[in-house]
Design a protein around this ligand. Sequence first.
Ligand SMILES: C[S@@+](CC[C@H](N)C(=O)[O-])C[C@H]1O[C@@H](n2cnc3c(N)ncnc32)[C@H](O)[C@@H]1O
Length: 213
Amino acid sequence: MNFEIPNNPETEHFLQWVKDEIKVYEDNFELSHGDLNNKKILEIGAGDRRFAATCLLNGLTSEVYSLEPGLGNGEFDEAKPYATKEFLGGVLDKLPQDIQNKIEEKTIISDAEKISDSDGTYDLVIGRSVPFESEEQLEKRLHELLRVSKHVRLYPINESNRDAYTRAIEILTKDRQISVEYKTTVEDDIPTETGIKHITEDVVILRKTIFAD
Ligand SMILES: C[S@@+](CC[C@H](N)C(=O)[O-])C[C@H]1O[C@@H](n2cnc3c(N)ncnc32)[C@H](O)[C@@H]1O
């Protein structure tokens, strides 16, 4: 993976920032370079596709796919809380053309509840801050992600969505061999009007132990 990096300070600074974003993903998802290296990875709700960009800039894997419904032209329900076009273009437009092309080639315009890939396509699926409107939608999503990969990591699990995840995973694991692990990847004390609030954010790691469904 050799990319042409333009030689001007503003672009260099931007590209360094994108490159360094890999550390944030690795922290959020409890992943190492080794976990990503040469893997076929799908990011759902990929937003501005900076995960694909940082993987490419770090030379980790070129098999990185970005699934994002907000990039469509209305084929997905416009009323749903998809990201704005402005946000979605914020990173890609500033990348070198060859990297933009690579990312575009591997962009999937779809929502995460029905993915057109066949079973077990990916080594890993990740999703960060991807909203859901109901527990039914979340359960459908988890089921679909575990269909296309036997290894799924979603972040963050926090007080706003923990109960929904717990219930959806309970249903999911009823008749399937899936291991479930929560790891706290962010822990902080936030000052609020009423005092210090302790927050924790977990990544949930789902692994299909028998790859047949
Ligand atoms: C808060 S943004 C997070 C973007 C990116 N994952 C990040 O961490 O920077 C949530 C993204 O999920 C996308 N999204 C919303 N509903 C979705 C669904 N059902 N399936 C897949 N993506 C969805 C939105 O369009 C948006 O880009």
